[in-house]
Design a protein around this ligand. Structure first.
Ligand SMILES: NC(=O)c1ccc[n+]([C@@H]2O[C@H](COP(=O)([O-])OP(=O)(O)OC[C@H]3O[C@@H](n4cnc5c(N)ncnc54)[C@H](OP(=O)(O)O)[C@@H]3O)[C@@H](O)[C@H]2O)c1
Length: 267
């Protein structure tokens, strides 16, 4: 079966790898980016502008004629990261992070739900959170908080869709080698004297990315989750993601915290 699928943030990284896979599979894809005129044209692919931090862009996107034809699947993938100490992050940076990753994503979630209810009362709705939606890492606290919020909302939505033909899915990637660490990462309050050295070490480790997965590995997992006919909610994706989620579940907090401290802060 071929499907019509919407992917937000399809221009780079995981979203781009997913779009490529879906087109190869014969599907029709609508993908979003903040720069639609700069994207390559391909058969069965339409680019639409969407800026998650601009209310008028979201409203324009929701009223676009792409919604006049039924989507079989909607993947909320777009988002960015904020690397910032909890104590020194600026208020504007924290709010922008929640605006894009949580509030805009939930506005699109509500829009996709209304769309599925209108057409055939069926469809698959997915959000890309992170393993950081189920645990927290130093200096990623605000980013992780947006992903925890999405996890809670989608878990609640899963119950609310029980008994319908609307499937709710969460994809939880581990660290993935994308533009996320460069193009997709903002920082705030990073010159705080208690954190500047640790943040420097972290930035270098992220750029060398030895433990990161290839985005296509994550895209492959997203594709199989999208076409999984079961009602399963969560899917880990990429190197170490499943192991870390398992350890978070079974280890006492203090053991897990010691592990993260050693891995991320090297202490
Ligand atoms: N990389 C990782 O290690 C990792 C791990 C777990 C989860 N994730 C999640 O995976 C998703 C994709 O990230 P990625 O790693 O593929 O990053 P990426 O390479 O930076 O790609 C991010 C995508 O999201 C779009 N985007 C970013 N900020 C946006 C905004 N304010 N408004 C509209 N679109 C925006 C970008 O589109 P344009 O720039 O073209 O507008 C781009 O297509 C994110 O939700 C991220 O949290 C990433």
């Amino acid at each position: 079966m071929t499907a019509r699928i919407l992917v937000t943030g399809g221009s780079q990284g995981i979203g781009r790898a997913l779009v490529t896979r879906l087109l190869t599979g014969g599907h029709t894809v609508v993908a979003t980016t903040r720069n639609p005129s700069q994207q390559p044209t391909e058969a069965r692919l339409t680019w639409i502008g969407l800026d998650l931090e601009t209310a008028s862009s979201i409203e324009e996107f929701c009223t676009n004629s792409i919604w006049d034809t039924p989507f079989d699947m909607v993947v909320n993938n777009a988002g960015f990261g904020l690397i910032a100490p909890i104590e020194s992050a600026e208020d504007a940076a924290i709010r922008a992070q929640f605006e894009a990753n949580f509030f805009a994503t939930m506005r699109l979630t509500q829009h996709a739900m209304a769309h599925f209810r209108t057409f055939n009362a069926r469809g698959t709705l997915m959000v890309n959170t992170s393993i950081g939606g189920r645990m927290a890492f130093p200096y990623f606290g605000y980013y992780n908080a947006t992903k925890h919020a999405l996890e809670a909302a989608y878990e609640a939505l899963w119950y609310e869709c029980a008994g319908s033909a609307i499937r709710i899915k969460i994809i939880e990637p581990g660290f993935t080698q994308t533009q996320f660490a460069t193009h997709g990462m903002r920082s705030s309050g990073a010159s705080h004297p208690s954190h500047v050295d640790a943040l420097d070490r972290l930035a270098t480790a992220m750029k060398t990315g030895q433990t990161a997965s290839d985005p296509d590995v994550v895209a492959q997992k997203i594709e199989s989750a999208l076409f999984d006919q079961s009602n399963r909610l969560r899917y880990a994706a990429g190197k170490h993601a499943g192991t870390l989620l398992f350890l978070r579940k079974v280890l006492p907090d203090a053991w897990f915290q010691a592990l993260v401290k050693k891995a991320v802060l090297r202490s």
